[in-house]
Design a protein around this ligand. Structure first.
Ligand code: MTE
Length: 300
């Protein structure tokens, strides 16, 4: 469907609590009686109007399926997501290849409504379903020597038409500092609106780091490696002065091609309202402490 923009994100645009709760129970998440951490609750206290399912799932970046915004929705069905496993290795107590179903049996899935902000300046509000990355890492047992977490996307030329072109170096890789990875806001998403996450959004599991630009939120993960050195990241390898390792949303540090002063909401039409970018994408209170004393222009 056509990509629409909607003028509906503002501080005033708060869904009344009862409507919000109804929406939650409608999608069956509240009914499941799942755990909700204090921080999750806090992040959700600012109730936002979620972006439409059609917009979230039809305007994507997933270059393994092509560089067009509609390519992922068109081609990602080619990706076989069952069976799926994630290798967790490096500095962990229990390295291994973990089957997706076994992971899901151990993880507490909850709903998190997060802002999501692409460096290209489009933004959305997504009702993710998922679990905290910290819980997955604790399952594998992080060794005290580990300082970073590296992530890798599946690389399957037979199922991914986009990887025939060397747009970036495949496989897509990403990384976080260990404290960022262990932060309670850092989510592994397995669903949207209470449904399994569609392939174009990174099935069967993808990272969501809401205070960083969207490219940190790596899709269709097959490997997670605990390491003591800063891991390479796909976009930093491509253009280091454009894309740093940290990639925190920051209105004061412009990308060379896109000023980051404002963003526009997906689904809000061609003449979408320009909304000022917020430091850490609005999660400053929760995450600023991770970067105390750091020069966030230098370490962008
Ligand atoms: N992960 C992989 N493996 N390949 C990609 O091309 N694109 C990133 C990120 N994760 C990408 C990826 C970028 S640039 C963005 S903005 C988000 O995914 C988009 O997520 P969405 O399509 O679910 O909105």
């Amino acid at each position: 469907m056509a990509h629409r923009w909607k003028n509906d994100l503002s501080e005033n645009d708060v869904t009344p609590e009862h409507v919000f709760l109804t929406r939650r129970s409608l999608i069956g998440v509240a009914a499941a009686g799942l755990a909700l951490s204090g921080l999750g609750q806090k992040a959700r206290a600012e109730t936002l109007e979620p972006t439409d399912w059609d917009d979230i799932t039809s305007y994507n970046n997933f270059y393994e399926f092509g560089t067009g915004k509609k390519d992922p929705a068109k081609y990602a069905h080619m990706l076989t997501t069952e069976p799926w496993s994630v290798t967790i290795d490096g500095m962990v107590e229990r390295p291994g290849k973990y089957a997706f179903e076994d992971i899901m049996k151990k993880m507490a899935v909850e709903e998190r409504i997060y802002r999501f902000r692409c460096v290209e300046r489009w933004a959305m509000v997504v009702p993710w379903n998922g679990f905290e990355l910290a819980d997955l890492l604790e399952m594998a047992g992080v060794q005290s020597s580990a300082k970073y977490v590296a992530f890798e996307t599946a690389l399957r030329p037979d199922e991914m038409p986009g990887v025939a072109r060397p747009v970036i170096e495949w496989p897509y890789v990403e990384g976080l500092r260990l404290d960022e990875a262990m932060h309670p806001l850092t989510l592994v998403a397995t669903g949207i609106y209470g449904k399994d996450i569609p392939n174009q959004n990174g099935a069967p599991l993808r990272l969501v780091v809401p205070w960083k630009y969207g490219y940190k939120s790596i899709k269709s993960i097959v490997r997670i490696t605990l390491t003591d050195s800063q891991p390479p990241t796909a976009w930093n390898k491509y253009a280091p002065n454009e894309y740093g390792f940290y990639s925190n949303v920051n209105p004061n540090r412009s990308h060379p091609r896109w000023s980051q002063e404002y963003e526009q909401l997906l689904g809000s039409g061609l003449f979408a309202e320009k909304i000022p970018t917020r430091m850490f994408n609005g999660y400053e209170e929760e995450v600023a402490g991770l970067y105390e004393g750091m020069d966030l222009i230098k370490y962008h």
